[in-house]
Write a protein that binds this ligand. Structure first.
Ligand SMILES: [Zn+2]
Length: 326
């Protein structure tokens, strides 16, 4: 038995569409009449991909089998069921209305599929889940602006925050200022991918220009001691995803990954699976990594505490979940 199995876990950085298992992928492809090349399925990871840009391409192909609110319902339920089996009590997953609409769903129809699964999984397994709408930066500032605008105009009970994902290197924070000012004005919780592919300067810009309380990854802040200090002082939470960063070759090993150094420096970190089957990552696996890097069970529980404490769910839910940890 693994030592982290009994520890309550929480995850706040996972892309829902990317949780699709090969079995579900084949099932959806069949029922939606999508021809998928067998070459897409991999041996090292569940899906075959090369570098980050190939990953984005394959990600689009694999997730193109998700066509209906029923697909979203099944996908969400399966992922939450798997997480609950490893004592995960909370999941905050990112979703993309851009994807859903490309397949002919509406903003409400796909979210209703997700919501139905979320309620059912809570009933069946006790796992609580909420969702973050992602803007996709490489689709450009207007697309992100439209996505955010729709979210603010159409509140949904399972939707608790807004995120910025996609190609960080070619679409820097300054392009999205207008959208994130609007979200801040509306008091809508914000998380931004930063410091995964790009370094300290863009992390600083993301913090200064986009008002996030959490950063997706943020691990390259380690390259600038002053920035690490600023992150600690501003109590910005890092949604770290060590296995993802190793799969995409940002770091070559867990020992050389900065997650432990950031933890030791006093940064409030969380651990997360990001795009699970693409990297053979699981939330259980990320806790196991931290255990192997030397965190005690109490320290592992502090990661769950950070995760729930910084989540965007309602205060009374947060309190209930935190009581479970005490
Ligand atoms: Zn991510």
């Amino acid at each position: 038995m693994n030592s982290t199995e009994q520890i309550f876990k929480s995850e706040i950085h996972v892309h829902l569409e990317a949780t699709i298992t090969p079995d579900l992928c084949r099932k959806f492809a069949k029922r939606n009449n999508v021809n998928l090349s067998e070459d897409l399925f991999g041996t090292k990871y569940a899906y075959e991909w090369d570098d980050f840009y190939d990953f984005i391409k394959k990600y689009d192909l694999i997730t193109s089998v998700i066509h209906t609110p029923e697909d979203y319902r099944e996908l969400t339920y399966q992922y939450l069921k798997d997480c609950a089996a490893s004592d995960t009590i909370y999941v905050e997953a990112m979703v993309s209305s851009t994807h859903a609409k490309k397949k002919g769903m509406t903003y409400h129809s796909f979210l209703d599929g997700v919501h139905e699964a979320s309620l059912q999984a809570e009933k069946d397994f006790g796992i609580v889940s909420r969702f973050i709408m992602n803007g996709i930066r490489h689709l450009g500032p207007e697309s992100v602006q439209d996505t955010a605008y729709e979210v603010l105009k159409n509140p949904h009970p399972c939707l608790v925050g807004f995120g910025l994902a996609g190609d960080e290197l070619h679409f820097p924070p300054n392009l999205f200022v207008k959208t994130f000012d609007m979200l801040k004005e509306a008091n809508f919780p914000i998380t931004v991918h930063a410091g995964e592919w790009d370094g300290p300067e863009n992390i600083r810009n993301a913090i200064k220009l986009l008002h996030p309380t959490r950063l997706g990854h943020g691990v390259r802040s380690i390259e600038d001691a002053n920035l690490v200090q600023e992150i600690i002082e501003q109590e910005i939470i890092l949604e770290t995803c060590p296995t993802s960063n190793i799969a995409t070759k940002i770091y070559d090993s867990y020992e050389n990954h900065p997650v432990k150094k950031l933890y030791d420096a006093g940064v409030k970190i969380t651990v997360n699976s990001d795009d699970p089957p693409f990297f053979n990552a699981t939330i259980q696996g990320e806790y196991d990594v931290m255990s192997k890097l030397g965190l005690s069970n109490d320290e592992l529980r502090s990661l769950t505490f950070n995760s729930i404490q910084s989540s965007f769910c309602e205060d009374q839910i947060k309190e209930k979940l935190l009581i479970k940890l005490s």
